[in-house]
Design a binder for this molecule. Structure first.
Ligand SMILES: [Zn+2]
Ligand SMILES: [Zn+2]
Length: 375
């Protein structure tokens, strides 16, 4: 692929202060690695999803919320030492200055600005631009090099407003009062965002939780995110007709889900834009709710950062790199293997390539919100 010259050429040939290594994206001048894939002496962690927040590092710097999430999920000894990063407060580390800024992805999620060797690097982690009542909004940061994900980096991915998707869920609940609405949602971030959106829409009934969601919901509450009445689903059979039950996606198809009254199976994920994914999972009510930027937001964000260079960590790298080329922005895939194990960075088991191959031809990617419904 040929790329036009980068927007700013001075110094473009000089070595970068940030570089991909087997352990992850590293800044040698500060002796740190961002979201390390293997244990390192000093880690900066963007957010609490397990593909970014791993145990076993010497020192971990992250927001207070991310540190709390790591402790809840990994135990009290997840790192040798910890340091709280406050949003917007620059900290000098070695030859670099490091600043955490909101990423709008999940509670405590951050982009990390590294200023070193005369350049500004922003590592965005996972991020989104849609409003989310459970975390601070993403802020575009002017920089020389913008490091982005590309989970939904294809033009077919357009995420509707979460409120509209929650409205569809509530209409289904009203339409089928004898059925349990069993909603699959990732345990960290998506589940809490769905609950908060249901409350914003005026839904005041108790919301029932699979046991895997209880601790993280409590942590959000402690951090000041109000989720309303939540009830853990008990050990014995409870049909819960007419109620909303939220469970991790893995629980949707297993024995656990058979206790409910004629359940309507829903799943909240950006992948629900692709009909094949909903069909494969046996999802009756696909809800297109994502904690990642869609195609348009990825492109808008790149433009807003005014970065001369874009590095793509994971997802649909090639499409985004190509788009950057058409805009005269130098871009390259980093192909950092290991991100995308949690949240929704990994497509549901419709198989690799399903998004690109099927989304383009399947009616499920455009038209009415119901177009993605499997029947
Ligand atoms: Zn994530
Ligand atoms: Zn991720």
């Amino acid at each position: 692929m040929t790329s036009p010259p980068p927007r700013s050429s001075p110094g473009a040939a000089s070595a970068h202060a940030l570089a991909p290594t087997p352990a992850g994206l590293a800044c040698a001048a500060a002796g740190l690695v961002i979201d390390p894939l293997r244990p390192v002496a000093r880690a900066l962690v963007t957010h609490g999803h397990s593909d970014h927040a791993r145990p076993g590092h010497g020192a971990v710097m992250a927001t207070a919320e991310t540190l709390a999430i790591m402790e809840a999920r990994l135990g009290p000894n997840f790192a040798g030492s910890t340091q709280v990063a406050a949003y917007g407060e620059p900290v000098r580390i070695g030859e670099a200055t490091v600043t955490f800024l909101p990423a709008g992805h999940v509670l405590g999620s951050a982009q990390i600005l590294i200023e070193a060797a005369g350049r500004r690097y922003v590592v965005s982690g996972d991020y989104k631009r849609q409003t989310d009542p459970t975390c601070l909004p993403f802020e575009p940061i002017p920089c020389d090099v913008f490091v982005t994900e590309a989970t939904f980096g294809l033009p077919v991915f357009r995420h509707p407003e979460a409120a509209a998707e929650v409205g569809r869920l509530l209409r289904s609940v009203a339409l089928f009062p004898d059925r349990t609405h069993l909603v699959g949602a990732y345990a960290l971030g998506k589940a809490q965002r769905l609950i908060a959106e249901l409350r914003r829409a005026g839904y005041e009934r108790p919301i029932y939780l699979h046991g895997a969601l209880v601790a993280i919901c409590a942590l959000y509450e402690e951090a000041g995110v109000s989720l309303g009445p939540l009830v853990p689903v008990g050990a014995k059979r409870e049909p819960l007709a007419g109620e909303i039950v939220i469970a991790p996606p893995s629980a949707l198809g297993d024995l656990w889900s058979r206790r409910f009254a004629d359940p309507v199976t829903a799943f909240a994920s950006g992948w629900m834009r692709v009909r094949a994914h909903a069909r494969q999972r046996g999802v009756e009510l696909p809800l297109v709710v994502s904690d990642h930027a869609d195609w348009e937001d990825l492109c808008t964000t790149i433009v807003e950062t005014a970065a001369a260079e874009v590095w793509v960590t994971h997802g649909e790298e090639d499409a985004l790199v190509h788009w950057c080329g058409t805009r005269g922005i130098a871009a390259k895939p980093l192909r950092l293997v290991g991100y995308g194990d949690e949240g929704e960075a990994e497509p549901p088991p419709a198989g690799p390539g399903a998004a690109s191959a099927e989304a383009a031809t399947d009616g499920g990617v455009d038209g009415s919100p119901e177009a993605g419904a499997a029947s």
